[in-house]
Design a protein around this ligand. Structure first.
Ligand code: XMP
Length: 507
């Protein structure tokens, strides 16, 4: 399988670069700039990502000079281009004008990289540093009003762009990346889910051998698809454990277990750990502390179950590629926005070996694998539900009562979305319960109850998201039902924040 390697210098867009290339059916992976890069025959090209640093700063991430010795095509994006400029004796300096957001570039001459692009093209910029002196052996393909926007050295097969072709705001970004991936790197688009499935099943067999695996099922698409793959690979050496954390959605435990009915040969067990979770969360209000506690209790439950199931040595998790990229990001742990317990690693004392069959895939690829394995469409296209469950949708302390209130409100919202054929038109919808009480009036009586906020977003990869434009009349129906039917809520609001700057979950 042909591969493009993306070297991560800390850009917020590096995951998008990888996605864009996978969309072209070419496999791509992101590696931190300081890691030892393994160049095998299947690697056809290298992309240097953008990043927040300045190449002339003493402590900025450096270009691993080995990259230039492989004879592979290299494309530098933003900071990546500036590294190339510096490496080939050009000069990067602080520009007088910062270019941020939409800009126009003019293609002065046509080379390999900008083949087929329009004379002037809209691009997305995000830089203040720029090329002051051109690197040796390169020529300029395009400029913006204020900077050199695209350079190439066809002899060395090295290219640079000051803008971000991976962002959809760059109108011809896809064309430019296709020029690089297909014409310059000469890749064959041979990344597909069928090959992924057969290779993965083989790999799981080789890794697990005669040992046993337990897997945490949440009912979400990631753990379900992981279970299906593992079950095909290792049959009865897999035990799937569905943990009732007490923070599931209404009827979830029942529905999930019913959904798994299609796995005729799989050992599935349910563990009731509600009290364990409630006890551990007593009095806790800090979002990160809640996430960490929930993660810890999950592992305690699995450790406890281990001996009961053929002394399982492996714990399988539904970790997917965005979680992996986030956890290896060169921006480092100080940039952790939320602790996802399925990538934070195991507690030190854990004896499990970890198995993550989907760690190379994006969400939509996971869904494709699910469909290809014959899973039920409704299950595969269920909205994502976070591992920590309703606990991170109850702002403030998590108690049984708060969960019960939220479950009812959430159930009404989802029920109405389905009734109005809107469920499949939005990517993720849910209700958040706020620790705020407001005054209302119901049947001439004063009420003083909590506020619920409904949230619905549209997104393909959940890294960025737009607010769903739900009809006002629909929102009215949902709000009326929640206030009338859920004791404890007397006011409903709608969250109109996109991601960024907001995140999808509130905690
Ligand atoms: P945020 O809130 O970071 O969420 O914008 C992005 C997507 O990830 C889901 N999410 C999680 N999924 N474990 C998970 O398995 C977690 O800890 C977790 N936190 C957030 C969230 O629901 C959204 O789909």
């Amino acid at each position: 399988m042909d591969k493009i390697i993306i070297i991560d210098y800390g850009s917020q867009y590096n995951m998008l670069i990888s996605r864009r290339i996978r969309e072209m059916k070419v496999y791509s992976l992101v590696v931190p700039y300081h890691s030892d890069i393994q160049i095998t025959d299947d690697v056809k090209g290298i992309i240097l990502s953008g990043g927040p640093a300045s190449v002339y700063d003493l402590l900025s991430p450096e270009l691993n000079q080995k990259i230039l010795t492989y004879g592979l095509p290299v494309l530098g994006i933003c900071y990546g281009m500036q590294l190339l400029v510096q490496a080939f004796k050009g000069k990067v300096s602080k520009g007088v004008i910062r270019e941020y957001g939409k800009n126009k570039i003019e293609n002065l001459i046509y080379g390999q990289l900008n083949q087929g692009m329009s004379k002037t093209s809209t691009v997305w910029m995000s830089h203040s540093d720029q090329t002051e002196i051109m690197p040796e052996g390169f020529h300029t393909l395009a400029t913006s009003n204020n900077s050199i926007a695209m350079i190439e050295n066809t002899e060395k097969n090295i290219y640079g762009v000051q803008f971000h072709p991976e962002v959809t705001h760059t109108d011809e970004g896809r064309l430019l990346l296709e020029n690089f991936v297909f014409n310059i790197c000469k890749t064959t688009p041979n990344w597909n889910v069928e090959d992924f499935i057969s290779t993965k099943i083989q790999k799981i067999k080789e890794e697990v051998k005669d040992e046993s695996v337990i897997l945490g099922l949440s009912g979400g698409v990631d753990s379900t698809v992981s279970a299906a793959l593992l079950s095909l690979a290792i049959k009865d050496k897999l035990t799937a454990i569905f943990v009732d954390t007490g923070q599931l959605r209404k009827h979830e435990a029942l529905e999930v277990l019913k959904g798994y009915g299609i796995f005729k040969d799989m050992n599935i067990i349910k563990v009731d750990a509600k009290d364990q979770f409630y006890d551990a969360l007593k009095g806790i209000t800090d979002p990160e502390e809640k996430r960490k506690i929930i993660g810890r209790v999950f592992f305690e439950v699995f450790e406890n179950e281990k001996s009961k199931h053929q002394d399982a040595t492996f714990l399988a998790q539904g970790t997917i590629y965005p979680d992996v990229i986030e956890s290896i990001s060169v921006s480092g742990p100080s940039h952790t926005i939320k602790s996802h317990h399925n990538v934070g690693g195991l507690p030190k004392q854990s004896t499990f070996k970890i198995l993550e069959p989907l760690r190379e895939l994006f969400k939509d690829e996971v869904r494709e694998v699910g469909i290809s394995l014959g899973l039920d469409r409704q299950m595969v296209y269920r909205h994502p539900f976070p591992g920590p469950g309703l606990g991170i949708r109850i702002i403030g302390e998590v108690t049984k009562q708060q969960v019960a209130i939220l479950q009812e409100a959430d159930h009404i919202f989802i029920d109405e979305l389905r009734k109005h054929d809107l469920y499949d038109q939005v990517s993720q919808a849910f209700v958040v319960l706020l620790p705020v009480k407001t005054v209302g009036v119901m049947g001439d009586q004063r009420t003083y109850e909590q506020v619920a906020c409904i949230r619905s977003v549209n997104s393909t990869d959940f890294m960025t998201a737009d607010v769903s434009r739900l009809p006002y009349d629909f929102l009215d129906i949902v709000s009326t039902r929640i206030v009338n039917e859920v004791k404890g809520i007397n006011r409903v609001t709608y969250d109109i924040t996109s991601k960024p700057p907001g995140t999808i979950e509130w905690e």
